[in-house]
Design a protein around this ligand. Structure first.
Ligand SMILES: N[C@@H](CCC(=O)N[C@@H](CS)C(=O)NCC(=O)O)C(=O)O
Length: 227
């Protein structure tokens, strides 16, 4: 398998999950701040690899290309049934994790994105911030009663949420009103899979002339000035 990823992007959730699952996978980094986006190793226009032109994209050994964070996370977790990162199909527990994957993907990820678009008017950003506040408050309440989104065990949905809230220092979403979320973040940042993520992306950051992680535990899409 080859994972197309970008060092500070949502694809970090897949990199973490691959490490949690102990699954081998080649990684091709994509500069999503270059126009057109390019695969940094060989300069291939990324749109030639994936017509959506967005990371992550997973090239399977069969040659098929799989896209969408939530789907790729489920696919790789299913390669290691019983890992705990995703319950088996058929039971409600599985749908709970899928529910969170969907919520993080649509309501959190795509609310944070507009906050760092340089052409987005300030008034529109305020609306997105208010929406984000409602959603992060909901998650914060959930995390008051349990360590992870779906209960006591870390799942692929937590990897996705972790990478999203790690964007906070880059996109100035104040996390102080969400103490449980902050605790969750600290907790997940201590997992070896996050250390692995940092080790994996740091050389690519250097090649893209981007600064290293702004602080321990922080990941993101690159900051307001970059997209
Ligand atoms: N719906 C997609 C969204 C992926 C996405 O937004 N990727 C961003 C990085 S976090 C990207 O590649 N942006 C580049 C672009 O849209 O030009 C998914 O869930 O995978």
């Amino acid at each position: 398998m080859i994972l197309y990823a970008s060092p500070l992007a949502c694809s970090g959730a897949v990199l973490m999950a691959l490490h949690e699952l102990d699954l081998p996978c080649d990684v091709a980094f994509v500069d999503i701040y270059a126009q057109p986006h390019i695969v940094i190793d060989d300069g291939t226009p990324f749109a030639d690899v994936s017509p959506k032109n967005a990371v992550p994209a997973l090239r399977l050994d069969s040659g098929a290309l799989l896209t969408e964070v939530g789907v790729i996370l489920q696919y790789i977790a299913d390669l290691k049934p019983g890992s705990g990162l995703l319950p088996q199909p058929g039971g409600l527990a599985r749908y709970r994790v899928m529910e969170w994957l969907s919520y993080v993907g649509s309501d959190v990820h795509k609310t944070i994105g507009p906050l760092f678009h340089p052409q987005m008017p300030a008034a529109a950003k305020d609306i997105h911030r208010q929406n984000l506040h409602r959603r992060l408050s909901h998650i914060d309440q959930r995390l008051a009663h349990q360590p992870y989104l779906a209960g006591d065990g870390f799942t692929v949905a937590d990897a996705y949420l972790f990478v999203m809230i790690g964007w906070e220092p880059w996109f100035k979403v104040d996390l102080t009103p969400y103490p449980n979320l902050a605790r969750f973040h600290g907790h997940v940042a201590s997992r070896p899979s996050f250390a692995h993520l940092r080790r994996t992306v740091d050389p690519a950051l250097q090649r893209m002339n981007l600064p290293a992680f702004p602080r321990a535990g922080a990941v993101g899409c690159g900051g307001e000035r970059r997209i």
